[in-house]
Design a protein around this ligand. Structure first.
Ligand code: HAM
Length: 455
């Protein structure tokens, strides 16, 4: 088939056969956010370019090479968000959310755009789930957010993922470290790539996460930041570790973690795996105590993390964790004859209003093909409404796995009878939907208890 065009390189479609996996992990993430008191924030896909230049940092790979930046017809420079932290911080300031009282805790789930070399686990459009806290300087806040990320991995049953932790100090202690790096890299200047030579003056820490092989080799022997952090940062780091120890969260201190974005201060961390190839960082985050001020706000401590949902699903796959597919039809209704079809259709609408997942034929299959189809879609129950059933006012409902049948009246008692007979079998999927279902069920059960219904 000659289709007009295919997806753009570095983008992926999430197909119907896979979307339940996304919904499942997203539900776990939202639940974890909720129990930690984080509320969702949704920000635009594009922002003024200056926001990312200032927050992510002019000297970073993301800003220098990877942003999708364009001028609008009105001549404004706009960028598709490469990450979620900057937009959330901008919204926090623009809407003065701090007036609601501190701390402010938000989570997001969004698409991000980075013009990177596409490969397994590295896309040009990808999805992040992230959590951000504003207004909390206490080490408990660092531990809280790390525990939340860790809990998500635990809830999902991941085993081959571990936490690496570091502190890159604050503005005050950064000076000595930067000088030490400058001195070290100056001695190797002839082996640095062109970009790193330009970074040497502006931001030598960025050389530490350059992907060029020669720069990587030189960086291996570079001074490590933990040797340069001030007493205050050191004490903060110790406390973070103590809180993590108290919660039995395992980690290793990796003094080489500096993160690829400029806004970080003090605690930085990554959750990494070796199960999915080269792109093994599933989650990254840390403190960014200077960012809110950089964007025009009052000095405000802040911190957060983001995890790549594609990479997370890859790890789950690699660990053979199967994700339940709740996409199951409760009842398939076949019909023979015009009147029966009409009845099947209206009954289907009623059942769906009661959250019973019901299917009927809409493509003109014959009866045998319909029953085959009911099997294919894993319908839990099926029934055929024929002219006789319409006359008798009763229909046989069949349990598709046991073959057992029960009779149900083809009138306004149908749903009640169906739910009572199938209560243990039908799916319990989305909790919002279940709530509707449970309400209608408990209505029936209560009427039983009250003796209103003595069948
Ligand atoms: P980041 O490390 O740039 O941090 O990205 C976070 C996660 O997004 C990565 O660990 C990875 O799983 C995923 N990711 C990044 N780039 C790609 C890509 N090209 N393809 C697929 N997945 C990718 C941040 O974005 C920070 N905003 C995190 C943060 C939040 N720090 C504080 N708050």
């Amino acid at each position: 088939m000659d289709i007009l065009t295919k997806k753009v390189k570095g983008t992926e479609d999430i197909l119907p056969k896979d979307s339940h996996k996304w919904q499942f992990v997203e539900r776990i993430m939202h639940e974890e956010a909720a129990v930690n008191g984080f509320k969702e924030i949704r920000t635009p896909v594009f922002e003024h370019t200056v926001l990312f230049n200032r927050s992510v940092g002019e000297a970073t790979d993301v800003v220098q090479k990877e942003m999708y930046t364009f001028d609008t017809k009105g001549g404004e420079s706009i960028t598709l968000r490469p990450e979620g932290t900057a937009g959330a911080a901008r919204a926090y300031l623009e809407h003065a959310i701090y007036n609601d009282g501190l701390p402010v805790k938000v989570f997001y789930q969004l698409t991000c755009y980075r013009y990177e070399k596409a490969q397994a686990g590295r896309q040009r459009e990808f999805h992040q789930f992230g959590m951000e806290t504003y207004g909390a300087s206490d080490a408990k806040a660092d531990a809280e957010i790390i525990c939340a990320a860790n809990n998500i991995f635990e809830r999902l049953g991941l085993e081959n993922i571990h936490l690496e932790l570091n502190s890159i100090g604050c503005k005050n202690c950064r000076g000595n470290y930067t000088s030490a790096l400058k001195e070290y890299f100056s001695d190797h200047i002839s082996d640095l790539c062109e970009t790193c030579v330009s970074r040497l003056e502006r931001n030598p820490m960025r050389i530490l996460d350059c992907k060029n092989e020669s720069c990587k080799k030189i960086a291996e022997e570079a001074p490590v930041v933990l040797d340069f952090i001030c007493d205050d940062c050191s004490e903060h780091f110790s406390k973070v570790k103590s809180f993590l120890n108290a919660s039995e969260v395992k980690y290793t201190v990796n003094p080489k973690i500096v993160r690829g974005l400029d806004y970080y201060t003090k605690t930085v961390f990554e959750f990494v795996t070796d199960t999915i190839g080269a792109q093994g960082t599933v989650c990254g985050g840390g403190r960014y105590d200077g960012l809110i001020e950089e964007l025009g706000g009052q000095p405000t401590p802040a911190l957060g993390f983001a995890m790549g949902i594609e990479r997370l699903l890859m790890v789950m796959d690699a660990e053979n964790i199967t994700i339940p597919d709740n996409d199951v039809t409760d009842l398939y209704i076949a019909a023979l004859g015009d009147d029966a079809e009409m009845k099947a259709f209206s009954l289907t609408q009623e059942l769906r209003k009661s959250s019973v997942a019901t299917e009927i034929d809409i493509v003109g299959r014959g009866l045998r093909a319909q029953m085959k189809y009911a099997n294919k879609i894993n319908a839990r129950f099926s029934m055929v409404i024929g002219e006789n059933d319409l006359e008798s006012g009763t229909v046989k409902v069949k349990n598709m796995s046991t073959g057992e049948c029960f009779d149900a009246p083809l009138d306004d008692k149908f749903i009640e009878t169906f739910v009572k007979n199938t209560f243990d079998t039908i799916r319990f999927g989305d909790s919002a939907i279940d709530e509707v279902l449970v309400k209608s069920i408990s209505g029936f059960l209560n009427s039983d208890k009250n003796g209103d219904n003595n069948e």
